[in-house]
Design a protein. Structure first.
Lengths: 328, 522
């Protein structure tokens, strides 16, 4: 009996202590919060300095995240959404759910200027076709790839953000000729997968010579597996970028804390976690601070990026071109 | 018939209420998505193409699965050989595998870098290409053939042995056996099995896309994904969800019309293995059917096993934690599914049109998991935090989706029990509870064990709605496996796949075996 009373008393105290720590709810994609992603280290680092309870909530990938937010609308419990990319920010802005971040970011290390008022970048990467290092006749352009007998696996743009990135890449690099490029690529494509994981798994199992991934993918094999056997094919027309961003919700009940988190996001404590957990380039960390191994990665001659509003406008037509070419 | 004249008892009314709740559990989330949609609902030409392709591949997959399952099930029913029980259990595994594991296993055998192509190249022939409609059908047959084999086998084993002995005494030929035993049996089992596979295949998405080779192989489920996350067009997602319901109801109406009562007459004993009209050619055919099907079903699993085994000793602890979570979830889902299935099956067995009740339950596999999950999310949000309820909701949905599998195993057995032991019990004037306990339930333990095994295994292997509600530290084993894959940790993911495969198979085996140990018929 005595124990029950003590236990009850303790739980009241504990409840009170918890109630005092403000909760910051951050929506992000699932692989960010998984034990293999950046989430756990970032949560610990921020909680050590904020006197708050940082709660990550995972929801599929970037596009699923946006859909979730649209479902919840004004009633969303999220304070921050982290993990949209620039192909999605126009639609996210269109919901009217986001507030200006009010931060003048310093020390950004993106290869492009950043002026977005609602969204701040936390990491970025270049899409690239990854292959085994011993592949002969590595293609140097979409044209060369299409003309070759090499086989590739790609992701479906309707269910995968890298898949959509590839559409925008072809569109940004070839514009009016995009349809011809896709016609040429059609016979190189072994198959199309719902997401990145399946495509990369198929590639590792030898189903294709190349897979659509990132220029940073070989760094995983080099650093985590001590295997220098992978490389990304540098394309002459340049590589399309994926910039992953976070935004602050206008209806957040913790706007101050949320802004602190956004500032923390651009600090070394957050940024230094990114390279070897998300396997992307951090958005605000000098090259010298990158882990050993990243210096071996290819440096694209040109960074391609369609501005968010244009990307949203181009999307449907790019998808129609893709479907027409591959449906044959 | 006397069975219809008898009054319905409490358990039957419970079955009616549960069946209504199950239908509500599917239709309410669909309604919630509809309520959020912009009207009018409109479908584009791409959606119509997706519907056409979905129906085509599902019909082909179901047809091939059913046609191939007949000789395999017949062979297994007639022959006893060393390792038969192990083979029957092992052959059930593909159905239980998570989709991505099954795909990687199939590609290890049939893919461009697979065993088959290596063998074909060794004898100097060209490459076999698996990607296309034939690849989709192959994968769906791989996944569903074992289910159909088990359902037919269930029917075969229900043939009373005095009938078989009588046939032997009368000197029945193989042709007589076909006319008097096998044809009526297959007419009773095949339409339901066809419908089950057909409906499973209509919500296929990843398998169809990957093995179909690209956007040609766009299914309704993928169109729903596109509507939901690419266009955020809830109206189109809901309209496509409604079409899935229509396909299910139409398919159900057709299939259950085709089902004829398994009018084999009463029998009170276990089936004999000796089959009248046996001859050398039949023995050869049976050996061939078992050999080919065994190879086809076991080889991809062997590939999964070989790839994953080296990673087993060093698997991260999170995988084991997730495995424990998945086992608990599977047991809870199974308990729930069995509690729902039993009264519904007893009700169905009492009705003139059992298909109506069972068809309602089939809605749970015909409706898109994405629509179901999204609708539930909308509904739950109004009263509670869906993320905090991720595991219970996943368990509930898994139970709902597993329900049709248990019912398909249970309803024919319940009907047979009503027709035989039930009649006897009525003649003896047993009260409703005693009748249930002594006459009906003992005849159901075997299909119940099998059905519960399917439900548990399904719940273990399914990614389910947890992916829509996930929270750190709550992952199930399939989710954790996907997370490992998504973090480049392919070796660990393959190791996790082996854990998943072995656990799923073990849990299925335990239930299935438990049902047989206690069964009145073996």
């Amino acid at each position: 009996m005595k124990h029950t009373i003590i236990a009850a008393g303790l739980s009241v105290v504990a409840g009170a202590a918890l109630a005092q720590a403000p909760v910051l709810t951050v929506y992000t994609y699932d692989s960010f919060v998984s034990d293999w992603g950046p989430g756990p280290a970032i949560e610990a680092a921020f909680e050590a300095q904020c006197g708050c309870d940082l709660q990550f909530v995972g929801a599929g990938d970037g596009a699923a995240l946006l859909a979730r937010l649209r479902l919840e609308g004004d009633g969303t419990p999220a304070d921050i959404v982290l993990g949209l990319d620039t192909n999605l920010t126009a639609a996210a802005r269109g919901t009217g759910l986001f507030a200006p971040h009010g931060i003048a970011p310093e020390g950004l290390t993106l290869p492009v200027p950043w002026t977005d008022r609602e969204f701040l970048p936390f990491d970025w990467g270049y899409f690239a076709f990854v292959h085994r290092a011993d592949l002969a006749d590595v293609p140097r352009s979409f044209g060369a790839l299409a003309a070759s007998d090499l086989s590739i696996v790609i992701q479906d743009p309707r269910s995968s953000t890298p898949g959509l990135g590839l559409l925008m890449w072809v569109q940004a690099a070839h514009g009016a000729d995009a349809a011809a490029i896709w016609d040429g690529l059609a016979d190189n494509i072994v198959t199309v997968t719902p997401g990145w994981s399946e495509a990369y798994g198929l590639f590792l199992d030898g189903e294709a010579d190349l897979v659509l991934s990132y220029t940073t993918s070989p760094a995983y094999h080099l650093i985590a597996e001590d295997d220098a056997g992978f490389a990304a094919a540098p394309f002459d027309e340049g590589h399309y970028m994926q910039i992953e961003v976070a935004g602050l919700l206008a209806r957040s009940d913790q706007p101050e804390l949320a802004r602190r988190f956004l500032a923390f996001m651009l600090s070394p404590d957050f940024q230094s976690v990114i390279p070897t957990t998300n396997w992307m380039y951090p958005a605000a960390l000098p090259e010298s601070a990158l882990p050993t191994g990243f210096e071996t990665l290819i440096q694209p001659a040109k960074a391609l990026l369609v501005p968010p509003e244009d990307a949203a406008a181009m999307r449907d037509e790019a998808l129609a071109i893709w479907q027409r070419a591959l449906a044959r | 018939m006397a069975a219809r004249a008898r009054p319905l008892t409490g358990v039957h009314w419970a079955g009616a209420v549960l069946a209504a709740l199950v239908a509500l559990g599917v239709l309410a989330p669909l309604g919630a998505v509809l309520a959020r949609a912009d009207w009018p609902l409109a479908l584009g030409p791409a959606d119509l193409a997706a519907i056409r392709f979905t129906l085509l591949q599902a019909a082909l997959s179901a047809l091939v699965s059913v046609v191939l399952a007949v000789p395999v099930a017949r062979a297994l029913a007639r022959r006893s050989f060393r390792g038969r029980a192990a083979l029957v259990t092992l052959m059930g595994a593909p159905f239980l595998l998570p989709v991505i594991v099954a795909v990687l296993g199939l590609l290890a055998v049939f893919g461009r870098a697979g065993w088959l192509n290596a063998a074909v190249a060794a004898i100097g022939l060209g490459r076999i290409d698996i990607y296309g409609l034939h690849g989709v059908v192959l994968a769906h047959v791989f996944l569903n053939l074992p289910l159909v084999v088990r359902l037919i086998l269930q029917g075969w084993q229900a043939i009373p042995s005095e009938r078989v002995r009588l046939a032997t005494a009368l000197g029945f030929s193989a042709r007589d056996m076909l006319a008097h035993f096998e044809r009526p049996l297959l007419r009773a089992v095949l339409p339901g099995a066809f419908l089950l596979v057909f409906l499973i295949c209509t919500t296929s998405f990843a398998v169809a896309l990957i093995l179909g080779g690209g956007p040609r192989a766009t299914t309704v489920e993928l169109a729903i994904y596109q509507a939901f996350r690419f266009d955020f067009d809830l109206g189109r997602a809901a309209a496509l969800g409604l079409i899935q319901v229509a396909i299910c109801l139409l398919g159900g109406a057709l299939a259950f019309r085709a089902i004829r009562d398994q009018d084999l007459g009463p029998g009170l004993d276990r089936p004999a293995m000796v089959w009248p009209g046996d001859h050398a050619l039949a023995r050869f055919g049976d050996a061939l059917a078992i050999g080919v099907a065994g190879l086809f079903l076991v080889a991809p699993m062997l590939a999964v096993l070989l790839k994953g085994l080296p990673a087993l000793p060093d698997l991260p602890p999170q995988v084991w934690a997730a495995a424990l979570r998945s086992i608990i979830l599977a047991l809870a889902s199974t308990a729930l599914a069995v509690m729902m299935a039993l009264p519904i099956a007893l009700l169905a067995a009492r009705l003139a049109r059992p298909g109506l009740v069972e068809g309602l339950a089939f809605l749970t596999i015909a409706v898109s998991p994405l629509v179901l999950g999204t609708g539930l999310f909308i509904l739950i949000r109004k009263v509670a935090d869906p993320v905090a309820l991720a595991l219970p909701v996943t368990g509930l949905v898994n139970a709902l989706v597993a329900l049709p599998f248990i019912l398909r195993a249970l309803v024919p057995a319940a009907m047979a029990a009503e027709a035989t032991q039930g009649r006897l019990a009525d003649a003896l004037g047993l009260g409703p509870m005693a009748r249930l306990r002594h006459a009906i339930l003992p005849r159901l333990t075997r299909p119940l064990g099998f059905g519960a095994g399917l439900a548990a295994a399904f719940s273990m292997g399914d990614l389910g709605v947890i992916a829509l509600f996930s929270q750190p530290g709550q992952g199930t084993l399939p989710l954790e496996m996907y997370r490992l894959m998504g973090a480049y940790r392919t070796d660990d993911a393959q190791g996790a796949a082996v854990v998943l495969m072995v656990l799923t198979l073990a849990i299925f085996w335990l239930f299935d075996r438990g049902g047989r140990l206690d069964a009145a018929t073996r």
